[in-house]
Design a protein around this ligand. Structure first.
Ligand code: PLP
Length: 379
C-alpha cells in the first residue's frame, strides 16, 4: 500500500523522492519551505471499490488510500474523525450553513486526525519519543496519542498557552517545556531538540499531519452525499487545516468521485493575519507578524509553517481571505453556544468570517475546538 510518489516543495517546486524527505529529522525542502505529498492517483482509483466507498459511513481511516500508511493493522487510532456536520436554520440569514463540529474528536479538536497518522509514522520509524511545539491543542492531542501508543512526549509551549490546555497536556503525562517567547520560538526549540536527539520524532505541521488532516475534507463531501458545497470557511493558524481541506477536495476530483472544488475562505484575526495580508497585497511570500496578541490563541501563528500552502488553497479555489476582530470572534462563539454548539474562540473564527461576508449557497464552517478548552470571557 502507500501510494505516495514523492514530495513537492511549495515554494521552489522542487520534487523529492519519498526517502529523501521521510528520514529527515525536519522534513522540508532545502530552500526551507514546507513540502506536499504527491500520490499515484491511478492506483488509488483502482483500490477504491467505488460503490462500497460511496456508501460506507465516514470515519477517519475509511480514507486510508489517501494517506501514507504501510500496514493498516498497525494504525494507532482512538476513534478520531466522523464528526457531525450540523445544520441549523437559525445560524444563517443568507445561505444554508453547516457547522463541521470538530470538538467531538477524542481530545476536543481536529488535531487528533493528524496525530493519529503522526503517531502511526513514529512507530513505523521505530522512534521512542515525539516532540511538538504547540499553543495547546496539538500538544494535548499528541500527548494523548503518544500515551495511548506508549511513547514519550515532549511539548514546547509559548507564553500564550492557556492553563486548561496545559492541564490537558499534563494529564497525559507529557513533559512540558515552557519557552520564553511566541509560537515561532517554540517551533525553533522543538526542531533543535530533534536535531540533537535522533530517537525523537518531530511532529507538528509537517507533511504527515497534513495528510491525516485531509480527512476533514473527505468527510464533508461524504456527509453531503458527495455533493461539493459552494464554500468551506476555515480558520487559519499555521495554514495546515485549510490546505488539507483544499487538497482533499482536489484529490476527490482527481479520482473522479466529485466534479468540482469548493471556494475556500481563510479567516484570521486582525492581530495575527499574515496570510490575509499576503492575499490582499497579492504577495507570494508571507511576512511574519512578531509576537501576535489575540484571544484566539489556537491560531496565533505569526510565522505560519504552511502559510504559502494556505495562500494556494485560497487562490486556486477562487476563494478569499477575511479578517475578523477578537470581539467578532467572541460574539460568533456566543451565537454558536446559544444554539447549542460550544467552541473555543478560535473555533468560532470561521463562523465569524461567514457572517461578515454574508455568503450564500451551501456553506460549511469549520468549528475546530471544544468550548471547554478555553472559556475566555464566560462568567
Ligand atoms: C490548530 C487550530 C486551528 C488552526 O489550524 P492550522 O492548521 O494551524 O491552520 C484552528 N482552531 C483550533 C481550535 C486549532 O486547534
Amino acid at each position: 500500500m502507500v501510494y505516495v510518489t514523492g514530495f513537492k516543495c511549495f515554494r521552489c517546486g522542487r520534487k523529492h523522492k519519498p526517502h529523501e524527505i521521510e528520514r529527515l529529522p525536519i522534513p522540508r525542502c532545502e530552500c526551507g519551505s514546507a513540502v506536499d505529498a504527491e500520490y499515484d492517483y491511478k492506483s488509488i482509483k483502482k483500490v477504491i471499490l467505488r460503490d462500497e466507498f460511496m456508501r460506507t459511513p465516514p470515519t477517519h481511516w475509511k480514507y486510508w488510500a489517501f494517506m501514507p500508511v504501510k500496514d493498516l493493522s498497525k494504525c494507532i487510532t482512538m476513534g478520531e474523525g466522523a464528526t457531525p456536520l450540523l445544520g441549523n436554520k437559525r445560524l444563517s440569514k443568507t445561505g444554508r450553513v453547516l457547522i463541521k463540529y470538530e470538538a467531538t474528536n477524542p481530545t476536543g479538536s481536529f488535531k487528533d486526525r493528524g496525530s493519529s497518522l503522526e503517531i502511526t509514522k513514529a512507530l513505523e520509524f521505530k522512534k521512542h519519543r515525539v516532540a511538538v511545539a504547540s499553543t495547546g491543542n496539538m500538544g494535548a492531542s499528541m500527548a494523548a496519542y503518544a500515551a495511548f501508543a506508549g511513547l514519550e512526549c515532549k511539548v514546547f509551549i509559548p507564553d500564550i498557552t492557556g492553563k486548561e490546555k496545559i492541564a490537558q497536556i499534563k494529564a497525559h503525562g507529557a513533559k512540558i517545556i515552557a519557552v520564553k517567547g511566541d509560537y515561532a520560538a517554540a517551533i525553533k526549540q522543538a526542531e533543535d531538540y530533534v536535531l540533537s536527539n535522533s530517537d525523537s520524532f518531530l511532529t507538528g505541521d509537517y507533511p504527515w499531519r497534513s495528510e491525516g488532516t485531509k480527512t476533514v475534507g473527505f468527510e464533508i463531501a461524504d456527509q453531503l452525499y458527495w455533493h461539493v458545497p459552494d464554500y468551506v470557511v476555515v480558520p487559519v493558524g499555521n495554514g495546515t487545516l485549510i490546505y488539507s481541506i483544499y487538497e482533499a477536495f482536489r484529490e476527490l476530483s482527481l479520482v473522479g468521485i466529485t466534479d468540482k472544488i469548493p471556494r475556500i475562505i481563510g479567516v484570521q484575526v486582525e492581530n495575527c493575519a499574515p496570510v490575509v495580508n499576503a492575499w490582499e497585497n497579492g504577495l507570494s511570500e508571507i511576512i511574519p507578524v512578531p509576537d501576535p496578541d489575540t484571544i484566539a490563541t489556537a491560531i496565533a501563528c505569526g510565522d505560519p509553517i504552511d502559510g504559502l500552502a494556505a495562500l494556494r488553497a485560497i487562490r486556486d479555489s477562487g476563494g478569499c481571505a477575511v479578517r475578523v476582530s477578537d470581539s467578532e470572534a467572541l460574539s460568533a462563539r456566543d451565537i454558536l453556544a446559544r444554539n447549542g454548539i460550544f467552541v473555543e474562540p478560535s473555533g468560532a473564527v470561521a463562523y465569524a468570517g461567514f457572517m461578515k461576508k454574508e455568503l450564500s449557497g451551501t456553506v460549511v464552517c469549520l468549528a475546530t475546538g471544544h468550548g471547554l478548552k478555553d472559556m475566555y470571557g464566560i462568567v
